[in-house]
Design a protein. Structure first.
Length: 171
């Protein structure tokens, strides 16, 4: 077996030192340049975050709360109004097992349980139905909406009357 002759070109200590320094300084210089570019962008971002607009944006509330003011002397809504405002969402389409409006077959078994049981279910919720149908209603309005729907399904319930004004003003 023959071996290729080895040459000793540039094997002086100065050339070796120069090659070692070059192989070390070139990558270090490139890394330093990348760090400088990266920090110049971060510095700009930090300057922007200190502006009044940026601070206002960061401390802005996530949500808001709106209070619905109801007049104390507002008359309770009629059954049809309650149905159109709240109940129609589920009872028109029969969503999640809700008896459809005007469907005597679906309302019949419920009506036989009595008005009081139906009212309790409407007020407190039953099966998939949330309390008050998910609306913000008075008990009287829920009762009127229930009577309106049940009567359309074959019941003969009387729509409840509003409490007398005299009883409300009595001490």
């Amino acid at each position: 077996m023959s071996q290729a002759p080895q040459t000793q070109a540039n094997s002086s200590p100065a050339a070796l030192l120069l090659a070692t320094a070059g192989s070390f300084l070139v990558p270090v210089s490139l890394i330093g340049l990348l760090i400088t570019v990266a920090y110049s962008n971060v510095g700009k971002a930090n300057r922007d975050q200190g502006s009044a607009a940026a601070i206002t944006q960061r401390i802005m509330p996530v949500g808001t709360v709106e209070l619905k003011m109801v007049a104390a002397n507002a008359a309770p809504r009629a059954g049809e109004e309650v149905f159109k405002a709240v109940c129609t969402n589920c009872h028109t389409a029969g969503m999640l097992g809700a008896p459809k409006f005007g469907d005597a077959g679906a309302w019949g078994p419920r009506i036989t349980k009595g008005e009081n049981v139906l009212l309790e279910h409407a007020l407190k919720g039953f099966n998939n139905m949330p309390a008050q149908g998910g609306g913000d209603l008075s008990d009287l309005e829920v009762h009127r909406g229930l009577v309106y729907m049940a009567n359309a399904g074959g019941a003969k319930f009387a729509e409840p009357a509003a409490p007398a004004a005299d009883a409300a003003s009595a001490p």
